[in-house]
Design a protein around this ligand. Structure first.
Ligand SMILES: Nc1ncnc2c1ncn2[C@@H]1O[C@H](COP(=O)(O)OP(=O)(O)O)[C@@H](O)[C@H]1O
Ligand SMILES: [Mg+2]
Length: 258
C-alpha cells in the first residue's frame, strides 16, 4: 500500500473525525485556504482505509455533474455515474471541497445523503441508490464572508458536525514545514515566524491571509538551493500582491526574517 499522506494533527480532530465516521455523522471542515483541510481528509481516508472521492466545487458545479448523466457513445445512450454516485456505490469518503461555491441544486442532492436515509435518487435514471457501508460525506467551507465568498444555508449547515480549522501555531507550522519540505529546523522556524508576522499585518488589506502552502513552497525553493530572500519573494510576496506598496511592505518583513 502507498504510504499514507503526512498529516500533523493540531488538536483532537483525528479522533473526532473517527467518532463522526462511526456514528455516520457528516463532517464539515471550516477554515481559510491552505490551512490543511484537504490534507486532513486525505489522511483520514487512508487511516480509515476508505477510498476517497474529491470534488472541487466551483460556481458552475451542478447536481447533474455530481450525480451523473446520459452520454451518447457510438450511437447509443449510456448512463454514466457522476463522482457522488460513484462514491455512494463504492462506500467511499466523499469530499465536496468548497461546497458553498456550487449551484444551489447540489444541496438538494446531498440532503438525503446527509441524514439517516443515506441514499441518492438518480432522477434521470430513475434509480434509488443506497450508500454502501463505509460511505461518508465530508464538505469543506471557507467562511470568508468579508471577502464576498458564498454562505451556506443554515438548514444545510445544521446537517453536519463542524470542525473549525485555522493556521497552526508557529511551532507546529515549523514542524509541518520540516515534514513537507525537508528543511532544517532553523530555517523552518524563521519561515513559520514570518508566516505569523505576515498574517498579523491586517493593515495591508490582503485579499486572503498568506496560507501555509506559500511557506512550504518557499521552503522547497530554499531546500533546492535558492537564496532565502529570493525564495520568499517568489513563493510568498509576489503571489500575495501586485500592489507595489504592499509588495514593498511584505519585502521589508521578509528582510527582517532573513
Ligand atoms: N497539519 C498539517 N500536516 C501536514 N501538512 C499540512 C498540514 N496543514 C497544512 N499542510 C500543508 O499545507 C498544504 C496546504 O494544505 P491543504 O490541505 O491543501 O489546504 P486546504 O485544503 O485547507 O486549502 C498541504 O499540501 C500540506 O503540504
Ligand atoms: Mg483544499
Amino acid at each position: 500500500m502507498d504510504r499514507p499522506p503526512y498529516y500533523r494533527p493540531i488538536r483532537d480532530e483525528q479522533v473526532l473525525f473517527e467518532h463522526a465516521f462511526r456514528e455516520r455523522l457528516p463532517v464539515m471542515i471550516k477554515g481559510p485556504t491552505g490551512c490543511g483541510k484537504s490534507r486532513f481528509v486525505e489522511a483520514m481516508a487512508a487511516r480509515l482505509g476508505r477510498p476517497l472521492v474529491t470534488v472541487a466545487c466551483h460556481d458552475e458545479t451542478s447536481a447533474v455533474d455530481l450525480v451523473g448523466r446520459y452520454l451518447v457513445k457510438g450511437g447509443e445512450t449510456v448512463w454514466q455515474d457522476g463522482p457522488v454516485t460513484r462514491a455512494v456505490r463504492a462506500g467511499a469518503i466523499l469530499y465536496l471541497d468548497e461546497i458553498a461555491e456550487a449551484r444551489p441544486d447540489v444541496v438538494v442532492v446531498i440532503h438525503p445523503l446527509s441524514d439517516h436515509r443515506r441514499r441518492i435518487y438518480l432522477e434521470a435514471h430513475d434509480e434509488d441508490v443506497e450508500a454502501a457501508e463505509g460511505f461518508h460525506l465530508v464538505v469543506s467551507f471557507n467562511p470568508g464572508y468579508q471577502r464576498g465568498m458564498k454562505e451556506l444555508k443554515p438548514s444545510t449547515r445544521q446537517r453536519f458536525v463542524a470542525l473549525a480549522f485555522d493556521y497552526p501555531p508557529a511551532e507546529v507550522e515549523s514542524e509541518i514545514l520540516q515534514g513537507e519540505a525537508g528543511i532544517d529546523a532553523r530555517t523552518a522556524k524563521k519561515l513559520a515566524t514570518l508566516a505569523h508576522k505576515l498574517r498579523r499585518l491586517d493593515a495591508l488589506g490582503l485579499a486572503e491571509a498568506p496560507s501555509t502552502r506559500l511557506f512550504i513552497d518557499a521552503a522547497r525553493l530554499i531546500k533546492a538551493g535558492a537564496e532565502p530572500r529570493r525564495a520568499c519573494d517568489a513563493a510568498i510576496v509576489q503571489p500575495l500582491s501586485d500592489d507595489s506598496a504592499i509588495v514593498e511592505a511584505l519585502s521589508e518583513v521578509v528582510a527582517l526574517a532573513f
